[in-house]
Design a protein around this ligand. Structure first.
Ligand code: 13P
Length: 337
């Protein structure tokens, strides 16, 4: 394991004013996104859409890396350049989603465990050869009646650490993503408790499995009210509570934390990140690794054929989040655009 290479990559992923574009929707997830704009989910359409995102002029100023789905890693842009090569030529690090999705967890009704460890060592070698320098594995923790169980939290934490150790062996920086979902009716306090429990278990497993903290990035949820909760905490509270939990559970050796957006509105995702950075200095870099909050506007503007409008919308959100990663965003910038 080359610790210096891992640390250099991890630090580049959270470089000043830059964050990660999560464009690694599985074929099933992109189907849902395309359906919303009436576009058929075909291989050429997926390629054209991602080509639009990755050829956005200037997005690389705000984007350190892109998480790709396996299909995209081995696809070429419309001009024939392999996607990883196109990204690398802009100074954007290619990454790869390596998990095989969240599957029902035996003995734990309503809960899932993320699969994909079998054969992972061999796949990682192939991905590295194709240009991937970081990876992502998403564990899903659901809040509900009597859940999450310790069974769910610990099996997912164990799998995350096994994945992370294998990545580092292959010279690939693991993004460790334990996502506590925000879909339920729970209060922010419950989200704080569950996120705290989850991160405690994750870092315990990372320690037991000898994962190099300097060579990883954490991708957590923010501490936020459930979508169906009648009381919605304000932005300042979300930012303060998220920082409180992270400071208790994430060692300062971790170079950076890149949040998921998880179904927040585009502007909330930007504002929360911005406030957390304004509240700094913090022990780690805080940036974004957004999927929906970076792509929703671009997807709609593109709608299957309007590449220029899609690029414009993408660049705007990338720019806003790049500012938020430095605590330099202001709501007025949204209206001005
Ligand atoms: P969202 O920002 O849409 O939550 O997606 C980020 C991601 O990569 C989830 O794994």
């Amino acid at each position: 394991m080359n610790e210096q290479v891992l640390n250099d990559t991890a630090r580049a992923m959270v470089a000043d004013g830059r964050g990660i574009l999560a464009a690694d929707e599985s074929t099933g997830t992109i189907e849902k996104r395309f359906k919303s704009i009436g576009v058929e989910n075909t291989e050429p359409n997926r390629r054209t859409y991602r080509d639009m995102l990755f050829t956005t002029p200037g997005f690389e100023q705000h984007t350190s890396g892109v998480i790709l789905f396996e299909e995209t890693l081995f696809q070429s842009a419309l001009d024939g350049t392999p996607f990883p090569k196109l990204l690398a030529s802009k100074g954007v690090i290619p990454g790869i989603k390596v998990d095989k999705g969240a599957k029902p967890l035996a003995g734990a009704p309503g809960e899932t465990v993320t699969e994909g460890l079998d054969g992972l060592r061999e796949r990682l070698a192939k991905y590295h050869e194709a240009g991937a320098r970081f990876a992502k594995w998403r564990a899903v923790i659901t809040i509900g009646e009597g859940i999450p169980s310790d069974t769910c939290i610990h099996t997912n934490a164990h799998a995350l650490a096994r994945y992370a150790a294998l990545c580092q062996e292959a010279g690939i920086v693991p993004i460790v993503e334990p996502e506590v979902l925000m879909d339920a009716d729970n209060t922010l306090e419950v989200c704080a408790q569950v996120t705290d429990r989850t991160l405690e278990a994750v870092f315990q497993e990372l320690y037991l499995q000898r994962v190099l903290l300097e060579g990883m990035i954490l991708k957590p949820n923010m501490v936020i009210s459930g979508k169906k909760c009648p009381i919605q905490a304000d932005r300042e509270t979300v930012a303060r509570e998220t920082l409180r939990v992270l400071k208790r559970r994430v060692p300062a050796a971790v170079p950076g934390i890149a949040f998921l957006s998880g179904g927040q509105s585009d502007e909330d995702a930007t504002a929360h990140l911005d406030i957390m950075n304004k509240l700094g200095p913090n022990p780690w870099k805080l940036t974004f690794s957004y999927g929906r909050a970076l792509q929703a506007a671009a997807l709609k503007a593109w709608s299957g054929s309007n590449a220029d409008a899609g690029r414009k919308a993408h660049l705007h959100r990338a720019k806003m989040n790049g500012l938020a990663a430095q605590g330099k965003w202001e709501a007025g910038l949204e209206k001005a655009a």
